[in-house]
Each structure stands twice: as C-alpha cells, then as structure tokens.
Design a protein around this ligand. Structure first.
Ligand SMILES: Nc1ncnc2c1ncn2[C@@H]1O[C@H](COP(=O)(O)OP(=O)(O)OP(=O)(O)O)[C@@H](O)[C@H]1O
Length: 304
C-alpha cells in the first residue's frame, strides 16, 4: 500500500479542520480528492507530505511514518502545493537545478532536468525566467519540480488551476500517464476533471470523509434515477419495455423515442440490448444518462 491514513486529525485552535479520516491508496491509482472550500483537502495533503504535523492519528507513505520519518517520506513524495510557490527571478533551469540540489541529486541532475522539461512540455520556454512564463507554464514548472526526484507518490493540490483548455488537456494527459506507474492524489473543485482522470474519488466535507469509492460506483450512487433514451426501427410497446428487468418506469418524450427510467442504468442498458436481440428489434439510437459526479457531490455535501 503506498499511502495509509488512519484516524488522521488536524485541529487549528477550536476548529477541527480534518476529523479522524482514514483511507488507503494503492500504486498505479489516481485518486481525486474532492470537497467544497475549507473542507480540509489542503490540510490533509500537507500532513501526508510530511510538511504539517497532525494533531492525532497516523499516516504512512511507502511504509514511512509522516511524523517520525518525514525525511524519508519527502524523498518519496512529489508535492505541488496549492499556491504553487516559485522563485520568479530564477530562470527555469536554474530553479530546477536548485530543487535538484535540495534532493541531493548530484551527477544525475542535468539529465533528469532535461527529462522533466520534456515530459511537462516546457522545452519551448526552457530559457526564460519563471516570472516571464504564462500561468499555465508556471503550473507546469510546479509539476516539473514535483517530478524531478522521480517520486513514487505524487500529491497535486489543484494542479490545473489557471490553465487554458488546451493546456488543461495536456496536463490531464500527463497526470494520467504518470498515474500508470505512480500513486497520484489530486485535489480539485472540477468534477469533470475527476471524471476525466481519476479511478477513484474521496469526497471530504467539514473535515470528514463522506464518500470513498471507485468512480463508476460513485456515479451509480445517489437518489435520483438515471434514464436511457432509445429509438427503435420497429414498433415497440410500453408494456414490452416495462418488462425489461431493472426498468422502473417507461415514458415516451416524443413520437420517436422511449425513455426508460432505472436505478441501475448500466444493467438496463445490457438488458435492453438483449431484449432487442431476442425480439428482432433494431436500435437506431441509444443514450444513457446516469447521474453526473457533480450531482452526487452536491447532494452529499448538502446533506451533511
Ligand atoms: N494555518 C491555519 N490556521 C488556522 N486555520 C486554518 C489554517 N489552515 C487552514 N485552516 C482552516 O482549516 C479549514 C480547512 O482548510 P483547507 O485549506 O485544508 O481546506 P481546503 O479543502 O483545501 O479548501 P480550498 O478548497 O478552499 O482550498 C478551513 O476552515 C481553513 O480556514
């Protein structure tokens, strides 16, 4: 297990910013850390990276304790903090050499700096001062410094803030690629981002974890029904469609389409294809509409 968090808490004065949270993350998994403003995401990330001591509870990264072995933890973690603090007066390569020095990378540094510059798409800007870079490129520098020592675990606090749609797609792709060989945890407010990149989502609200599941399972959770919009080439009756296992209600929104409501949209989709096959009906179009993560997020964080 790459990250093990057990009853971790952080109290600031009177406020319990993180309240006894527990979870485990495996290698090769990208986890989205979601929650409204002030939920405790950054505080949790700072504790896991070994930068902020917890008030109580424990956590290990690659088997090392975040309090008693924080130097070992930092060697194995690449961290992009929320505000992405950079030295604007430094040249890009100068900054990365400085970070390589902190990690005592020695003779390997130059080769690795070239590698991360290429990996993060910074090559066209490599001779500029950091202060002269656009926001998107500054963000790439933040990711490059997090990757420099080739850590096993990447902790990215809102990594795509300030990126334009093209840069967004590039950085998401980069994170996905990195996620194949590393453990990645990223915080974001953007639900589509989690849907685009993550295998799993942990939703935190008021310092407590209120959902932790694979994305597909989370998307099926919730109270509102999903539906399937289907169009057949041949006539079909509402009675026939109502008989398909898992269908809770049938409606006809217009002359050409049927709408099948269900709490198990994926299951009904399979059963519908089977129905068409057995009864010699041809499906002209099929669109399933399950709950978006955004709806689930709003429902869960509202309830608590
Ligand atoms: N150094 C601090 N001193 C006092 N309170 C703090 C400190 N850092 C954070 N907090 C409080 O702890 C709570 C959790 O903050 P945190 O930054 O972890 O939330 P977050 O989920 O990352 O929020 P956001 O999405 O807005 O970045 C907030 O109410 C915040 O005001």
């Amino acid at each position: 297990m790459s990250i093990q968090v057990s009853a971790l808490s952080k109290v600031y004065g009177e406020q319990r910013a993180v309240d006894a949270i527990s979870f485990e993350l495996k290698k090769g998994e990208i986890t989205g850390f979601l929650g409204p403003n002030g939920a405790g995401k950054s505080t949790t990330m700072k504790m896991i990276t070994g930068f902020l001591p917890p008030t109580s509870g424990t956590a290990t990264v690659c088997g090392f304790d975040i309090v008693t072995q924080s130097l070992d933890v930092r060697k194995r973690v690449g961290y992009l903090p929320e505000s992405n603090p950079l030295y604007y007066d430094m040249y890009l390569t100068e900054f990365l050499r400085f970070i390589a020095g902190i990690h005592r990378m020695g003779a390997n540094a130059s080769k690795r700096i070239d590698e991360v510059i290429s990996l993060t798409g910074l090559q066209p800007e490599r001779n500029k001062k950091i202060g002269a870079l656009s926001n998107g490129y500054k963000q790439r520098v933040g990711i490059a410094q997090a990757l420099l020592h080739d850590p096993e675990v990447l902790i990215l606090d809102e990594p795509t803030t300030g990126l334009d749609p093209n840069q967004l797609a590039d950085i998401r792709q980069l994170i996905k690629t990195l996620g194949a060989s590393k453990t990645v945890i990223l915080s974001t407010h953007i639900m589509q981002e989690v849907e685009a990149i993550c295998d799993r989502a942990i939703i935190i609200n008021k310092g407590k974890i209120i959902a932790d599941d694979r994305l597909s399972a989370l998307q099926q959770q919730g109270t509102a029904s999903g539906h399937i919009l289907v169009r057949f080439a041949e006539p079909v009756t509402a009675e026939e469609l109502a008989g398909i296992p898992g269908v809770t209600r049938v409606a006809a929104p217009d002359e050409q389409h049927w709408q099948l409501f269900s709490n198990e949209v994926d299951e009904v989709r399979k059963n519908l294809l089977q129905f068409a096959l057995i009864n010699n009906r041809n499906i002209l179009s099929l669109q399933s509409n399950s709950q978006s993560l955004e709806t689930i997020f709003r429902e869960l964080t509202k309830r608590v």
